[in-house]
Design a protein around this ligand. Structure first.
Ligand code: AMP
Ligand code: GLY
Length: 424
């Protein structure tokens, strides 16, 4: 069968890499892809949010299944458009994708379903928002309602900082449309954990738990980023905990969306904070995590295409999903300037050395083809992923890979997975 992956970052490289290993796949496309993805798929020069052009390409190339990586096309209704034309696609409809695209929708849903989460209120006007802040203690969290590419969240250490953030979002329109509504939320202190699950709107199958590293610097210091690395399985994500997350968070949410008439099909991502042993939801996403996908997909033993098809055809109840007893660690190599404005066009050395290895993969996140080879084209450039029998061997492989790659201004965290390894 022919498959199209929509997107062009590290998550989509991991998806394409895994899908290319399926014996069922005869042809793999990716739109727009990147130079790393081009090793396993034919890249089509179509932006991931050009729904009409993607649909035309799927028809022209007779693609059997489309798999959507990023949130923007989901929020824009790519699944609705494809399904109207009877094209098979993996991902949630626009209405269900609101769980990520609108934080106020997601908070209302959680309140209604009594899903454990931070206490919060939504505001569209400045005066009541500031008044509310006066009655709350710092630290406190201010979030833009809409999609802001992971940058719409301010964890304010003081009330003054929170006021500033609310003002910037509601008055300054710092986030455009996304910030015309803000959610002010209780600060939760604890350890973060990502639990993603395949769901067809009825059956919910959690994936291995992963941990992301959001801050730019070692020891969780410096500003927030889109994610500087990840590892899986996270030791705190025990079988018991995953079962509890499924029962108290994922299943009620999936059922609740179905009852609302917006059933969710795809991967539901729960960003959790473990507060005194209890999982509470920080956010839901309507797609796989980045960089979590780079460490979770390598652990999947069942043919990924079987799983994607079962979700897209709403028959997940008849599938058993198996996992390798292994671990994976992904270290993100970032460009100079990141998480501010990254320097683009810098040549990358050492990539060829990492090709054709089973247990070490450099997933391309922000790269482009330059005149003399691959160059940087974004903040997060590569996700160097090591796979091993243990977390420790996976970590060692990943860092051995990191040492082979270099580019001007390259920076990365040297403590990915350290928290899990030090726990022992
Ligand atoms: P979000 O996009 O909602 O996941 O927020 C991005 C990051 O901000 C999270 O991964 C957390 O590190 C942090 N964060 C979000 N909400 C809270 C909260 N209520 N309490 C503490 N930290 C938070
Ligand atoms: N790693 C966080 C996210 O994908 O939203």
């Amino acid at each position: 069968m022919k498959v199209l992956v929509v997107g062009g970052g590290g998550r989509e490289h991991a998806l394409a890499w895994k899908i290319a290993q399926s014996p069922r796949v005869t042809k793999l496309y990716c739109a727009p892809g990147n130079p790393g993805i081009a090793h396993v798929a034919e890249c089509l020069p179509i932006p991931s949010d050009d729904i009409d052009a993607l649909r035309d390409a799927v028809k022209a190339h007779r693609v059997d299944l489309t798999v959507v990586g990023p949130e923007a096309p989901l929020a824009a209704g790519i699944v609705d458009a494809f399904r109207r034309d009877k094209l098979l696609i993996f991902g949630p409809h626009q209405a269900a994708a609101r769980i990520e695209a609108s934080k106020s929708f997601s908070k209302d849903l959680m309140a209604r379903l009594r899903i454990p989460t931070a206490e919060a209120q939504t505001f569209t006007a400045l005066a009541p928002a500031l008044e509310y802040l006066d009655r709350r203690d710092a630290p406190i969290v201010v979030k833009a309602d809409g999609l802001a590419q992971g940058k719409g969240v301010v964890v304010a250490a003081t009330r003054a900082e929170a006021r500033e953030a609310v003002r910037a979002m509601l008055e300054g329109k710092a986030f455009g449309e996304a910030g015309t509504r803000v959610v002010i939320e209780e600060f939760l202190d604890g350890e973060e954990l990502t639990v993603m699950a395949f769901t067809d709107g009825k059956t919910v199958l959690p994936l291995a738990a992963a941990q992301d590293h959001k801050r730019v610097g070692d020891g969780d210091t410096g500003p927030n980023t889109g994610g500087m690395g990840a590892y899986a399985p996270a030791p705190i994500g025990t079988r018991e905990l995953l079962e509890r997350v499924r029962r108290t968070i994922l299943e009620p949410t999936v059922e609740g969306l179905s009852r609302l008439g917006s059933p969710f099909h795809g991967v539901l991502y729960a960003g959790l904070m473990m507060v005194r042993g209890e999982p509470k939801v920080l956010e839901f996403n309507a797609r796989m995590g980045d960089p979590e996908t780079q460490v979770v997909l390598p652990l999947l033993k069942t043919d990924v295409v079987e799983v994607l098809m079962a979700v897209a055809e709403h028959r997940l109840d008849r599938l058993t999903v198996e996992w390798h007893e292994r671990a994976a660690v992904c270290v993100v190599l970032a460009a100079s300037g990141y998480p501010g404005t990254p320097v683009k066009g810098t040549p990358i050395a050492g990539l060829a050395e990492l090709e054709r290895r089973d247990e070490l993969v450099a997933f391309h996140a922000g790269t482009a083809a330059g005149p003399g080879g691959v160059v940087t084209a974004g903040g997060r450039v590569l996700g160097v992923t090591g796979i091993g029998e243990t977390l420790e061997s996976a970590r060692d492989r990943a860092y051995a890979g990191v040492r082979r790659i270099s580019f001007d201004g390259m920076h990365y965290r040297s403590d990915i997975a350290a928290r899990a390894l030090n726990r022992r």
